[in-house]
Design a protein around this ligand. Structure first.
Ligand SMILES: *Cc1c(COP(=O)(O)O)cnc(C)c1O
Length: 370
C-alpha cells in the first residue's frame, strides 16, 4: 500500500515505493481508551523482567552527562564486547539498535541492480532495508516456516550482494542447526556478504550452541549482528552491534552516523554485559514461559510453530485480526503477522508467568466467541 503524498514524485523511486512501518498505539493511550487498569503487552519480544538493577543504577549515574555528545567511537562498550567475544575492537560496529546496523549493511553493499536473498517469513527489516536502497529482494520459499537453505542457495547469482539469515528467525521462532548453516556459508561465493542475525541468540541453550564468532576466522564475508534489545532488556535505549572482519567493519563505520549510539545506551549496554545473572534468569524464565504457552496452546487445540525465541506464532484461523482486536478488549496486546503473509497467525511474546496466564485465559474466552 502506497500512501498518497504530494511529494512522492520528488522522492527517489525506492523510497516512494516503500510502505511506512505501522507502529502500535502507545500503551497509555490504549489503557485510557479501553478504560482498563492493567494492560499486558506481549507484542514486541521485550524482556518482561524490565532492565537489570545494575543497568538502572548505571543509567542514573550517567544522566548528568547527557548535555554532552556521546563517545562517538563507543570506546568502552567496544572494549567490553571485545573481551567478552574474543575479537579485536576493529571487528565491531555499533548501531542504534541492530536495525541500524542492518540498514548500514544495505547502504554499503546494496543498490539498484544488486540483489539481496532472504527467506519468506524472515524478519521484515531485510525487505525494508533492501528496498530503501533500490536493490532487488529475492525471496526464497520457506520450509515449514523456517529458512530453506537450499532454496536460498538456488537464488544466489552474479548480482547477489547480500544474504540475510535470522537465526532464530522472527516471527517464526525457527532455527537452523550449526552444521547446515556453516555448510551454506562455506558454499557461498566469497563476493556475497552473509548476515547472520542473532537477535535472540542469548535465549538458546548456551551449553550446546556453536560459537559462530569462531566462523569469522574462516569466512571474511560473514557479518554477525546482535542486539541489547531482547534478552539484555534495553529495547527502549536502542543499541546493537555487528561483528565482522575488520575490512567490513571499516566500511560499515564509514556510513555510520558519528553519534548513532546515545550516551545512556552506551553506559547501559556496557553494564548489561557484566550482569550475567540477569541473562541467566531471563533465559530460564523464557524457557519456562515457552513451555507454559505451548502447553496452553495444546490444551486449546491450537497449532503453533515450535519456537526457540522469546515469542511464539500461533495459528488462530481466518479471523486472526478479529481475535487480535478482541484480545485488546481484554487488555492483552499481541502482534498480528499478516504483514509477514501469515494472516491466520498471531505472535505472542513470552511474558512473566502471570502475564502468560492472563493471555491464555483471554485467548480461551475470545476463541469461544468467534
Ligand atoms: C528484534 C529484532 C532485531 C533487533 O532489533 P533492534 O534494532 O536491535 O532493536 C533484529 N533482528 C531480529 C530478527 C529481531 O527480531
Amino acid at each position: 500500500m502506497v500512501i498518497e503524498n504530494t511529494f512522492a514524485k520528488q522522492a527517489v523511486d525506492a523510497i516512494a515505493g516503500l510502505s511506512p512501518y505501522q507502529p502500535g498505539k502507545p500503551i497509555d493511550e490504549l489503557q485510557r481508551e479501553l478504560g482498563l487498569d492493567n494492560i499486558v503487552k506481549l507484542a514486541s519480544n521485550e524482556n518482561p523482567l524490565g532492565p537489570s538493577e545494575l543497568v538502572k543504577k548505571a543509567i542514573q549515574n550517567s544522566i548528568s552527562g547527557v548535555s554532552q555528545y556521546p563517545d562517538g567511537s563507543g570506546y568502552y562498550l567496544k572494549e567490553a564486547l571485545s573481551k567478552k567475544l574474543g575479537v579485536t575492537t576493529d571487528m565491531l560496529t555499533l548501531g542504534n539498535g541492530s536495525n541500524d546496523v542492518l540498514d548500514s549493511i544495505a547502504r554499503v553493499f546494496l543498490s539498484v541492480g544488486r540483489e539481496a536473498v532472504f527467506s519468506e517469513y524472515a524478519f521484515v527489516v531485510y525487505a525494508i532495508s533492501t528496498q530503501s536502497v533500490g536493490a532487488t529482494a529475492c525471496v526464497a520459499k520457506a520450509n515449514a516456516y523456517g529458512h530453506d537453505l537450499n532454496a536460498m542457495m538456488d537464488l544466489v547469482g552474479d548480482k547477489t550482494a547480500v544474504v540475510f539469515i535470522a537465526n532464530p528467525n522472527n516471527p517464526t521462532g525457527t532455527w537452523l542447526n550449526a552444521d547446515d548453516l556453516e555448510a551454506f556459508i562455506r558454499q557461498l561465493p566469497q563476493h556475497v556478504v552473509v548476515v547472520l542475525d542473532e537477535a535472540y541468540g542469548e535465549y538458546l541453550d548456551q551449553e550446546t550452541i556453536v560459537n559462530t564468532v569462531d566462523w569469522l576466522k574462516s569466512y571474511p564475508n560473514l557479518i554477525i549482528t546482535r542486539t541489547f534489545s531482547k534478552a539484555y532488556g534495553l529495547a527502549g535505549l536502542r543499541v546493537g552491534y555487528a561483528i565482522s572482519s575488520p575490512d567490513i567493519a571499516d566500511l560499515l563505520n564509514r556510513v555510520r552516523q558519528p553519534f548513532n549510539v546515545n550516551a545512556l545506551a552506551l553506559e547501559a549496554a556496557e553494564t548489561a554485559l557484566q550482569d550475567e545473572a540477569y541473562i541467566c534468569k531471563s533465559r530460564e524464565l523464557n524457557g519456562k514461559g515457552l513451555k507454559q504457552l505451548g502447553e496452553g496452546f495444546d490444551k486449546l487445540g491450537l497449532h503453533y510453530i515450535p519456537s526457540v525465541g522469546n515469542f511464539i506464532s500461533i495459528e488462530v484461523g481466518e479471523s486472526a485480526a478479529d481475535v487480535y482486536e478482541k484480545l485488546l478488549q481484554h487488555g492483552v496486546i499481541v502482534r498480528p503477522v499478516a504483514a509477514y503473509n501469515m494472516p491466520t497467525y498471531l505472535r505472542v511474546s513470552v511474558g512473566l508467568p502471570e502475564e502468560n496466564d492472563v493471555f491464555l485465559s483471554a485467548l480461551e474466552k475470545v476463541l469461544q466467541r468467534v
